[in-house]
Design a protein around this ligand. Structure first.
Ligand code: EPU
Length: 421
């Protein structure tokens, strides 16, 4: 196990290159199962979640090669059973289900385990696949989906749930529908940029998908899909995290390799808090304001404020002037970072699915425990400005989704060290 020891109070400056999107890469890698032909995917971030996905593909029989951001997958001969030992490590494994069902007519994927950010059901995935004509069963902790005799058949499916749309649920149904007979219409579809990236990849394979990025996606089934090449979009959550790092402790921190297109809500909130931000085509520059102000945010599906940036904003608000109300609409229990930030001197009260952050003049370094990916990012951000030393334990959480975050922060001037424990 490793921990990150951060010496706070150093001003960050310089440029940081944003990696490819983890959350776009995962379903795109799973989608390679839809064709026996080789696919090449560029700008795949080297993080543990993409490694788990490649392990799943390998365990299903695919040939996988990876070298510095380029992944080649050839799923010529595959079987339909994704093993528990790998699936349990990552909830996104569930998005192997749609492609396996479409290609092989059946899939067996272990039910993903519990999740620290709260209840994460998969009922909408299963409902969508059953609407396409799959029988769904549960056996020994595995979900079994199997197409009826006629195969999958397109139809109109409303995928909206009580918390709005589902990103991976939309992905799963869209992938399964590419090879179904006839036309599938997904209403209540997720509109996240990662869904558009997957649709672009699938269309590159020969799928016929229209409307990705809107709440109504139309998929006309095709007989088969081919191999293709694709470059994954930049990671908007990694970019947002570095924007908050600059907003907390930076002077002219420049993000390279990402435009502002997918970051409007985050940039809007930081500007409301007084942060100077300059945007050009593929660069964004941010500095910490002299008097950072708090504001209220509510997480929503895209293009609203992303739940995956909520914890990082709490770290910013903790040291800003005034009180900020943070309301979590997507995962109402996603506040594991709050008690840890309070250990660093923050003043945050939890009230149901809201946190009220009363800004304090300074945070003080402390040993803290990372509990999930974005919560651990929030603790690292808080440690950048805190007085003294912060130790973020259980660093493996952050390595799931941030490529070399410590090296990137150190290149901006941060003082930190990864230490084995
Ligand atoms: N939901 C249901 N039923 C379902 C599926 C989802 O009720 O069958 C609910 C969830 O409980 C939640 C809401 O719908 O309240 C949205 O969940 P969604 O399905 O969209 O989440 P996801 O697809 O499993 C992806 C990201 C998450 C991100 C969410 C929301 C990936 C691999 N994961 O998860 O990313 O928080 O969308 O934007 O794309 C992260 O990167 O840290 C992360 C957790």
């Amino acid at each position: 196990m490793e921990k990150l020891v951060i010496h706070g109070g150093v001003e960050l400056s310089g440029s940081v290159t944003i990696s490819g999107s983890k959350n776009a890469s995962l379903p795109i890698l799973a989608a390679t199962l839809l064709t026996p032909e080789p696919c090449t995917i560029r700008r795949v971030p080297d993080v543990s979640d993409t490694n788990y996905m490649l392990q799943i593909l390998t365990s299903l029989g695919a040939q996988v090669e990876r070298s510095s951001g380029v992944v080649r997958v050839c799923a010529e001969s595959i079987h339909s059973e994704a093993p528990y030992e790998i699936v349990r490590k990552m909830r996104a494994s569930i998005c192997a289900m749609g492609p396996l069902l479409a290609r092989l007519g059946k899939a067996s994927v272990s039910l993903p385990g519990g999740c620290v950010i709260g209840d994460r059901p998969i009922d909408l995935h299963l409902w969508g696949l059953s609407e396409l004509g799959a029988d769904v069963d549960m056996e020994g902790g595995n979900i079994l989906v199997e197409a009826k005799e006629d195969g999958l058949v397109g139809r109109e499916i409303d995928l909206a749930g009580k918390h709005g749309s589902t990103v991976l649920g939309t992905d799963n149904v869209m992938m399964a529908a590419t090879l179904a007979k006839g036309t599938t219409v997904v209403d209540g579809a997720a509109t996240e940029p990662e869904v558009i990236d997957l649709a672009n990849f699938l269309n590159g394979m020969g799928a016929k998908i229209d409307g990705a990025g809107t709440s109504r996606i139309v998929i006309e089934g095709v007989e088969g899909l081919q191999g293709t090449e694709h470059r994954v979009i930049p990671d908007r959550i990694e970019a947002g995290t570095f924007l908050v790092a600059g907003a907390i402790a930076g002077r002219d921190v420049e993000l390279v390799g990402t435009g502002a297109e997918h970051l409007q809500s985050v940039i809007g909130v930081l500007e409301r808090c007084g942060c100077p931000i300059e945007v050009s085509d593929d660069r964004i520059k941010v500095s910490s304001p002299d008097d950072p102000r708090g504001c209220n945010i509510t997480t929503e599906p895209y293009p609203g404020f992303p739940t995956d940036m909520q914890a990082q904003m709490c770290a910013f608000f903790a040291g800003a002037t005034g009180s900020s109300v943070v309301t979590e609409n997507i995962f109402p229990q996603r506040f594991m970072h709050v008690p840890e930030l309070n250990r660093m001197g923050a003043d945050i009260e939890l009230n149901g699915s809201s946190a009220v952050v009363h800004g304090v003049p300074t945070l003080s370094g402390a040993p803290v425990m990372a509990s999930d990916l974005r919560a651990s990012a929030a603790l690292v951000l808080a440690g950048l400005k805190a007085s003294g030393t912060t130790e973020v334990n259980r660093l493996y959480h952050i390595d799931r989704g941030y490529e070399n975050i410590d090296e990137k922060l150190m290149a901006l001037g941060a003082r930190m060290k990864r230490v084995k424990v």
